[in-house]
Design a protein around this ligand. Structure first.
Ligand SMILES: [Zn+2]
Length: 56
């Protein structure tokens, strides 16, 4: 199911569930990150898009 995979919030490296930083929601920015620091996903309301960062 491709649709489900789009909403899957897990790290592509270690497969752990991403942590949601609630403090960022106050300014309209949503950041989810891997607890091990491999991956970060940030939602920009102004751009209406996600920015993904993968740490190598
Ligand atoms: Zn990870």
């Amino acid at each position: 199911m491709t649709i489900i995979s789009l909403f899957k919030d897990t790290c592509p490296t270690c497969k752990q569930t991403l942590k949601h930083d609630k403090s960022e929601a106050l300014i309209g920015r949503i950041v989810k990150h891997c607890p091990e620091g491999h991956y970060e996903k940030e939602y920009h309301p102004a751009l209406e898009t996600f920015v993904e960062t993968i740490q190598h």
